[in-house]
Write a protein that binds this ligand. Sequence first.
Ligand code: TXA
Ligand code: MG
Length: 325
Amino acid sequence: MLTVDPTHPNPDCIAHAADVLRAGGLVAFPTETVYGLGAHALDADAVQRIFIAKGRPSNNPLIVHVADVAEARLVTGEWPDTAERLTERFWPGPLTLVLPRRVNVPDAVTGGGSTVAVRVPVHPVARALLQAAQMPIAAPSANRSTHLSPTRAEHVLAGLRGRIELILEGGPCPGGLESTVVDLTTSPPRLLRPGLVTPAQIEEVVGPLLRSRPVTDETAPLPSPGMTARHYAPRAVLECVADDGSDRVAELRRQGVRVGWLALSSAAGQDVVVMPRTPTDYAARLYAALHELDAAGVERIVAALPPDDEEWLAVRDRLRRASTR
Ligand code: TXA
Ligand code: MG
């Protein structure tokens, strides 16, 4: 693990990380969303090692991180007007675009499909690494498959210690939830994963989006191969409740269950986390709070669901996934 300043990362550390990538190694690094586990995206063997380290099913494709639009165009087969407009507005940043792939992208990256997911991250450490490495970097979140995404280097270490070459430790990730994924191969474009860029922001640029599924339907299949319902899950069983959660917490405690509580209103006591009241602050805190409750050893987590508004879409999506068994 190498600690770097999150805004002005030491060039020697970045150069070392770039060398590791060039040699086919795996490097975890902070982005504005969550920590990523990077490999040289055009080196099929290096990419294969990501799947082994994570225990990830090989049909789940990876996001290719690139330095800029020019590099994105080297791995994509088409660059529609929608891509031009969305990247102008949201790159660098937490928006991932699914586009037709180019043949140079290994099947391991695309899951063997005809498309590739690309994004330009804004985090200074990720940008410095992309610039130094001079290659596209395939990077899923740096966690074991189906586990919680890491928002701190210590989460990466806990999950992947001994399985990867290097962690660039650059402090907590400011965003806290994975990027928004939009498929531009359909017309209109389709929202595959809600994230920090909201549907309303995207629709301002490209018009109405197809929603992958109604937000309220808990059982419909997800369209993206990696979007198995159970995902982003803590070890403890998580339950979402529509009210403040106090009754359910009290009931479980009476049964002798050690309960963690993600509360939205003031509450006190052991294993209680009072969550921020705005979507962005809540998002930044969510995974760290779940990691903390897991580390404390709770058996259950009760989460008070935030309002059913689109600004809360990404947070509600992750809570729902974390509660699916
Ligand atoms: O914020 C993020 O996106 C983080 C950071 C590290 O950039 N990365 C991340 O990667 O969350 P991962 O692998 O955990 O999630 C990528 C998602 C998966 O749900 C995957 O199925 C989907 O993107 N995806 C990747 N390539 C795709 C493709 N060609 N078509 C459809 N979905 C794709
Ligand atoms: Mg992930």
